[in-house]
Design a protein around this ligand. Structure first.
Ligand code: NAD
Length: 458
């Protein structure tokens, strides 16, 4: 396999292993130059009139919309996303831009009653914001960062993952074509240890918005402490899908594969632990088997395909390490053989809740099924990992739904559904799944500081 030349990264198609193109791997001086351009552009961008900033963001959204098919095609080729998902992701970038395009005229401060004058607050932009993105959802996650950051008046340097830079680089070009001034949004491809690390250490970068593994997130948070740099962290997960005996067990089993195998399980919100109440455990497994073999795995360019390949040969090896020869495989789906990083949907049961497969984020199409006794046991097991990103619970009892939803320590949770993300509702993690919230009305605050001003009337 061809190695990267200095200054260049080879980009591959994970469904075939073939090289698509090469992109620049920027050096530290090149990153510094880009950060300085962003700092210069900030001086003009922060004083653009709110209505004008809003108009530019709407134009940017329209440019993304006009290029949906092209952007989706890049994500299929570069990330192995199935075409239906990739179109949704391009549409999500557009929607997030449109949503935050409404913010510049509305992100207003307060007037607080004080004696002897007037007290008012302003939301001030922070300056240059560094956004670091993983390979799992390259363009959607980039948009969750840059749209509110730009709307709040910041300039952005964005680092895509080495494996999946193509959609973000194209979005950077579309921003310029839509009329965003030079330096307001720059996409900088290259290594995490060079480009990403410089965002951490460069004093002109005032905030880091990182999505990726808990391990790297921890080191970024430690690095940011040096300059008391603000951070938002969206990290790993090991979410639970809890199926109570009083649920529509047929529906819960039919939907369970799509709560964990979407994007080949390379989803921070993957419900990779199914907790099934013991009285329906065997029935649930019997219903799950045909649902898993029904998942259509294959060529991601085909409309009917539901699951594509894993991102890289190295990641395939990591995922496979969770399913050794003697693993308790209950049943598996199918996948293509031959070139590409293929792994069939796999169900492990029975699995001890303390086993590595039940504790660590696998980030692949592998799910464990664990029985539980009662409501308290379900909550105890659901909370028994260091993570707390997402989760689902299935029950017909509304009181139980509310009690368990409040008791499970996660940032987002869905009842009788596996949905996690709507661009107008907050998203983020509890415990070691992260700090801060993206999307929805809360995200703007993460890209602003509150300034308090007192004006004497004496
Ligand atoms: P990763 O942590 O290896 O890399 C993420 C990004 O950080 C990449 O752009 C990488 O180049 C960069 N990076 C790596 N080392 C760095 C360093 N020392 N300094 C600065 N930047 C550095 O993660 P990944 O393998 O790309 O993605 C998978 C992980 O992302 C999973 O753990 C998954 O759960 C997590 N994730 C979380 C969310 C969420 O919203 N919570 C969403 C998607 C993915």
């Amino acid at each position: 396999m061809q190695k990267n030349e200095p200054g260049l990264t080879v980009v591959r198609n994970p469904a075939t292993g073939e090289e698509i193109t090469t992109v620049p791997a920027l050096s530290e001086p090149e990153v510094d130059a880009a950060i300085e351009r962003a700092a210069g552009a900030f001086e003009a961008w922060k004083v653009v009139a709110p209505g004008d900033r809003a108009r530019l963001l709407r134009r940017f959204a329209a440019a993304v919309d006009a290029h949906t098919e092209e952007l989706a095609g890049l994500e299929v080729a570069n990330a192995g996303h199935v075409i239906g998902n990739a179109r949704w992701e391009a549409g999500n970038v557009r929607d997030v831009l449109e949503y935050y395009a409404a913010a510049p005229e509305r992100h207003s401060g307060r007037q607080i009653p004080v004696p002897g004058g007037v007290d008012i607050t302003f939301y001030e932009p922070l300056g240059v914001v560094g956004i670091i993105v993983p390979w799992s959802f390259p363009m959607a996650i980039a948009g969750w960062g840059f749209a509110p950051a730009l709307a709040a008046g910041n300039t952005v340097v964005l680092k895509p993952a080495e494996l999946t830079p193509l959609s973000a680089l194209r979005i950077g070009e579309l921003a310029l074509e839509a009329g965003l001034p030079e330096g307001v949004l720059q996409v900088l491809s290259g290594k995490g240890s060079v480009v990403g690390q410089r965002f951490v250490t460069h004093p002109a970068v005032r905030k880091l918005c990182f999505t990726g593994s808990t391990e790297v997130g921890r080191s970024i948070m430690a690095g940011c402490a040096d300059q008391v740099k603000r951070v938002t962290l969206e990290l790993g997960g090991k979410s639970a899908n809890i199926v109570f005996a009083d649920a529509d067990v047929e529906l819960a089993a039919a939907r369970a594969p799509y709560g964990v195998f979407d994007n080949a399980g390379q989803d921070c919100c993957a419900r990779s632990r199914i907790l099934a109440q013991r009285s329906v455990y065997e029935r649930f497994l019997a219903l799950l088997e045909p649902a898993v073999s029904g998942v259509v795995v294959g060529d991601p360019t085909q409309e009917a395909t539901e699951m594509g390949p894993l991102i890289s040969p190295a990641h395939l090896a990591t995922v496979a390490s969770f399913v050794p020869e003697d693993a308790p495989v209950a049943f598996r789906g199918s996948c293509p053989s031959g070139p590409g990083n293929w792994f069939a949907p796999t169900v492990l049961a029975p699995v001890d809740p303390k086993h590595r497969a039940a504790q660590e984020e696998i980030f692949g199409p592998v799910v464990v099924v664990i029985p539980f006794e009662d409501e308290a046991d379900a909550v105890r097991l659901a909370n028994d990992t260091p993570y707390g990103l997402s989760g689902s619970l299935w029950t017909r009892d509304i009181g139980r739904a509310l009690r368990v939803a409040r008791a499970v320590e996660t940032g987002t949770l869905s009842v009788n559904s596996h949905s996690s993300v709507r661009y107008w509702t907050p998203f983020g993690g509890a415990k070691q799944s992260g700090i801060g919230r993206e999307l929805g009305p809360d995200a703007l605050d993460a890209f602003s500081d509150v300034k308090n001003v007192f004006i004497s009337s004496d």
